[in-house]
Design a protein around this ligand. Structure first.
Ligand code: COA
Length: 177
């Protein structure tokens, strides 16, 4: 099997660096307007999967125009990564600059790619990068009640539940050892 393309440096094109994961062929690469067609295709085939618990409502209604506008909007201090398996876009993981060095996160995989550890590997490398390169100290995630797969993923990564809200639980990961 061919190895996926990995960009070594971010400095020349202004993009965040590619982040290879521990899984062979699984790489994070910043989502840009160049991904608009692939991203729309992935959303279009996962509308039910993404919105099942009430999350990702905008993605569930996405049009190709919405995708183009969304990916054209600068992400600022946040990081918007596509999860790629052998260069195929299979999901997304975000680091959200809510209150640096404290960050939020969000993640999803196409339904056909769940159950293989890809989201765990993708989140792990992103949070490690956040700690080492951005000086992130804390990551927070909000999980809608009933999302057992998301809870299991966060627990694998070392997150702990910290606050219960009416519709969701807030989880926390400390990056300061
Ligand atoms: C949340 C979501 C990303 C979790 O996906 P996932 O595939 O369960 O998580 P991973 O990719 O880490 O895979 C874990 C599964 O692979 C298995 N696995 C196999 N090899 C593995 C490995 N090396 N490491 C970890 N898990 C591995 C695990 O046992 C687990 O399987 P199980 O669910 O049968 O116990 C996915 O369900 C999703 O996209 N949901 C819709 C969007 C969503 O809810 N996002 C989160 C909002 S808070």
């Amino acid at each position: 099997m061919d190895s996926p393309t990995v960009r070594e440096s971010s400095t020349q094109d202004g993009l965040a660096p590619d982040l290879p994961t521990k899984v062979h062929g699984l790489v994070l690469r910043e989502l840009t307007i160049m991904d608009a067609d692939a991203y729309y295709k992935l959303l279009d085939s996962n509308r039910g999967h993404l919105t099942r618990l009430g999350d990702y409502q905008a993605e569930g209604k996405a049009t190709s125009e919405w995708v183009r506008e969304h990916l054209s909007t600068a992400s600022g201090a946040s990081l918007r990564y596509g999860i790629r398996l052998n260069d195929e876009l299979i999901g997304r993981v975000d680091l959200i600059a809510v209150d640096p060095p404290r960050y939020g996160t969000g993640y999803w995989l196409g339904e056909a790619r769940v159950g293989a550890g890809y989201a765990t590997a993708a989140c792990a490398v992103l949070y490690d990068y956040a700690a080492r390169t951005l000086g992130a100290t804390d990551i927070f995630a909000g999980v809608t009640h009933g999302n057992a797969k998301s809870v299991a993923l966060l627990k694998r990564l070392g997150f702990e539940p910290v606050t219960e809200f009416e519709n969701y639980t807030r989880f926390h990961l400390s990056l300061v050892r």
